[in-house]
Design a protein around this ligand. Structure first.
Ligand code: FAD
Length: 430
C-alpha cells in the first residue's frame, strides 16, 4: 500500500509509524518545518534541550503515550512529579490541587468548599459521561457545586479558556478533565519532541518519507480509487489510501466533491487559537507553583506556568522558563503582535505576580501561536464529530476533534493513531 498521511503531529506520526512497520510505503506531509504539531518543541538558547512551544505534561491516566515512550526507548527520560498547582486570586497564589487543598481553599466558605469537594468526588467517580451531555458545565456546576464555586473557581477558568462562549461548554467536557487529570504529572526530560523525532526516524528507517514545509491545498478522489493531494506549489501526489489528521473543518474545506449534507454537518463549530509567550529569565518570577490559573478578571493571559518549577533549570543552560498562555478566537489582534509588543503589554500583570519583576530579568522572548488549538466543546459538539470513514473512498479522517469527551491531549491522538492503524492493517490483510 502506498499510503499518504497528512499532518506530522502525534496522530499522523503514530499512524504512519505503525503502517510503515506493517510494510506500507508511507509519505507524511507536514506544513511546518519540523514534526510534532501542537506538541512540537524548539531548542532553548544554546542548551540543546527542547522545550514545548505550548506547555505540556502528561497525567497518570495517559497510559498510551507512556507505553509509546517506553517502546521508543525513551522510558528512562520520563519522570513523574508532584508539582504545586495554584489559583491566582485576590492578588495571591492559593494552592488548589488536592482534596486537602480544596478543603483549605480560603476564597470559599467552608460550606462551599465541601460542596466543591463533593462535586469533584462525584465527577471522579461517575463512569457514564452521557449523563452530563445535555447540560452545560456552567449549569451543572452552579446546581451541584454551588454558585460560589462557579463564581470563584470554575467560571473564571472557563472564561479564561473560552471567553465569550464559556457558558456554552458542555458538562461532559468538565467531567473528562476531572476524570483524566491526576496530581502526579509526567514530563519527558529533554522534551516531548524526542517522541516525534524518534517516530520520524522509525518511519524513514522503513523507507517512508517525511515531507516538511509542504502545505496541502486540496484532496480529491480519482476514478481508479486512488487519492490525489495537491501541494501549495501545484505539485500533485497520488496514494492508494490517505489518512488526514487536519481539523474536521479544514478537511471539509480541502476535500473536493464532498456531499453537501456531510459538509454542512462537519464544517461546524468553533476552535480557538493558542498563544504562548515564553520568557527565558535569570530570576524566578513565581515561587513554588508550577501551574497557576489566573482567576482575576482582565488579565491578558489565563495561565502562568513556570516550567522550571517542574524541571531543573540546569537542563536549559540555567535559564528559568515562564509560559504566559492564552486561547483566543483565531482573528484576535494578539496573533499579529510581536513577542516584544506582547511582553510590554503583559509586564504590568507580570509585576502583579511578582512586584520585583524587571525587564532586565528577561534574557530571551519566544512567541508561539497555533490555529485550531482548542475545540469549543458545546452541548451540540458531539453531534458534529465525523467518523474516520469519509465519503471519499480510501480517505480517512482522524483528528483531535474526535477524542471527545476527552480534552485534547497527546495520549488521545496517539491512541487514535494506534487504533486506526490497526484497523487499516487488518483491512489490508483482508
Ligand atoms: C496550549 C496547549 C497546551 C497543551 N497541553 C497539553 C498537555 O499538557 N499535555 C498533552 O498531552 N497535550 C497537550 N496539548 C494537546 C496536544 O498538543 C495535542 O492534543 C496533540 O499534539 C494533537 O496532535 P494531533 O496530531 O492530533 O494534531 P496536531 O498536532 O494539530 O497535528 C496536525 C498537523 O497537521 C499540520 N497541518 C495542518 N494543516 C496543514 C496543511 N494544510 N498542510 C500540511 N500540514 C498541515 C499541522 O501543522 C500539524 O502539525 C496542548 C495543546 C495546546 C495547544
Amino acid at each position: 500500500m502506498n499510503t499518504g498521511v497528512l499532518g506530522g503531529g502525534a496522530l499522523g506520526l503514530t499512524v504512519a509509524y505503525r503502517l510503515a512497520n506493517a510494510g506500507d510505503k508511507v509519505t507524511v506531509i507536514e506544513r511546518e518545518t519540523e514534526v510534532g504539531g501542537l506538541a512540537a518543541g524548539f531548542l532553548v538558547g544554546d542548551s540543546g534541550t527542547y522545550l514545548e512551544k505550548f506547555y505540556h505534561h502528561i497525567f497518570k491516566t495517559d497510559t498510551t503515550i507512556e507505553a509509546l515512550i517506553k517502546e521508543l526507548g525513551l522510558g528512562d527520560k520520563l519522570e513523574w512529579l508532584r508539582p504545586v498547582t495554584s489559583m491566582w486570586v485576590g492578588g495571591k497564589a492559593v494552592q488548589l490541587d488536592s482534596p486537602v487543598a480544596v478543603l483549605k481553599y480560603k476564597p470559599l466558605s467552608l460550606f462551599s468548599r465541601f460542596r466543591l469537594a463533593a462535586g469533584l468526588a462525584y465527577l471522579k467517580l461517575e463512569g457514564n459521561y452521557h449523563r452530563l451531555e445535555r447540560v452545560t458545565a456552567a449549569q451543572w456546576v452552579k446546581k451541584w457545586m454551588g454558585k460560589p464555586a462557579y463564581d470563584k473557581v470554575w467560571g473564571p477558568q472557563l472564561a479564561g479558556k473560552f471567553g465569550a462562549v464559556a457558558d456554552t461548554i458542555v458538562a461532559s467536557w468538565l467531567w473528562a478533565r476531572i476524570k483524566d487529570r491526576t496530581t502526579q504529572l509526567g514530563y519527558l526530560h529533554g522534551g516531548f519532541q524526542q517522541i516525534y523525532n524518534r517516530l520520524a526516524e522509525g518511519i524513514r528507517a522503513k523507507g517512508g518519507e517525511i515531507m516538511l514545509g509542504e502545505t496541502i491545498t486540496s484532496i480529491a478522489s480519482l476514478p481508479d480509487g486512488k487519492v490525489a493531494v495537491k501541494l501549495q506549489d501545484g505539485r500533485e501526489l497520488t496514494f492508494d489510501r490517505l489518512v488526514c489528521t487536519f481539523p474536521s473543518r479544514l478537511f471539509v474545506k480541502l476535500a473536493e466533491g464532498l456531499p453537501a449534507d456531510y459538509a454542512a454537518k462537519y464544517n461546524w463549530g468553533q476552535a480557538y487559537g493558542a498563544h504562548c509567550l515564553i520568557l527565558a529569565l535569570n530570576q524566578q518570577v513565581i515561587a513554588r507553583t508550577y501551574w497557576m490559573s489566573i482567576l482575576e478578571p482582565n488579565y491578558p493571559f489565563l495561565a502562568a506556568v513556570e516550567h522550571t518549577n517542574l524541571i531543573d533549570r540546569a537542563e536549559y543552560g540555567g535559564s528559568r522558563l515562564l509560559y504566559l498562555g492564552n486561547y483566543l478566537p483565531m482573528d484576535d489582534a494578539l496573533f499579529s503582535k510581536t513577542g516584544e509588543q506582547i511582553l510590554e503589554e503583559y509586564t504590568p500583570y507580570i509585576k502583579k505576580l511578582n512586584p520585583q519583576f524587571d525587564r532586565s530579568w528577561v534574557t530571551q522572548v519566544y512567541s508561539w501561536q497555533a490555529a485550531y488549538a482548542q475545540p469549543v466543546v458545546t452541548v451540540e459538539f458531539k453531534d458534529h464529530i465525523p467518523p474516520h470513514d469519509t465519503p471519499l473512498p480510501n480517505v480517512y479522517l482522524a483528528n483531535m476533534f474526535q477524542v471527545y469527551p476527552h480534552d485534547r491531549g497527546q495520549n488521545y491522538s496517539i491512541e487514535m493513531g494506534n487504533e486506526l492503524a490497526a484497523r487499516l492493517i487488518a483491512e489490508a490483510k483482508g
